[in-house]
Design a protein around this ligand. Sequence first.
Ligand SMILES: C[S@@+](CC[C@H](N)C(=O)[O-])C[C@H]1O[C@@H](n2cnc3c(N)ncnc32)[C@H](O)[C@@H]1O
Length: 211
Amino acid sequence: MARKKLIRFKEALEFDNVYALEKLSDFKFAKGYKKKILEIGCGHGLFSLEYAKNNPDTFVLGIDVKLDRIFKGANIGIQEGLKNLYFFRCPVVFLKDHLKNIKFDEIWITFPDPHSKLSGIKKRLTFDFCLNIYKSLLTDSGYVYLKTDSVLMYNYTLFQINKYNLNFTDFTFVNEYPISYDFKTVFEMKYLNLGKKIKRLKFNLKNFKLK
Ligand SMILES: C[S@@+](CC[C@H](N)C(=O)[O-])C[C@H]1O[C@@H](n2cnc3c(N)ncnc32)[C@H](O)[C@@H]1O
């Protein structure tokens, strides 16, 4: 690991708003919040940060495998005194084991890697196995929200929605959509500067049964 990354990695683990597989929490303190949201693959955590700032009554948890990225959002969160913003360094595959006590009202997947090769399909964050995990973490009335620049990721997720007969709304070609879609991520700002169009999907997992 490069030196700067290593320093950030170590510092992030010392933040009060950061947890990891080597620094676990049962997240019982989330119970006091009326609404709870989870950002998957949060990267630098700027979406989670904006969400928490704009919704002080909501418990916001960003998860990612890269602690050096999490450092940024967590550090700003501390500087701005946000008490409802937390981060967890954890791969999706282990979330069920560590978030047993919480159900989320919204799960946000923000600019996931499309893994364009067929061999990478199982790594996509809307692959069947991931959807099964999200179902266990969502309330019955909860929704998954995707925003992506990737045509492949958008089409693949529509394919999954169709395969599992899920209720969904496509906010890609309309001007009115939930305001939280406008909380920008680092990758989003990069893609917007390149003139890419953002695609937005919302779906629930009530009908989902792993095939
Ligand atoms: C393209 S980046 C997007 C980051 C951020 N959402 C943004 O828009 O700026 C994708 C992120 O997903 C994370 N990621 C990929 N697979 C993951 C997994 N299985 N579990 C947790 N995080 C994952 C990566 O570490 C990376 O930070």
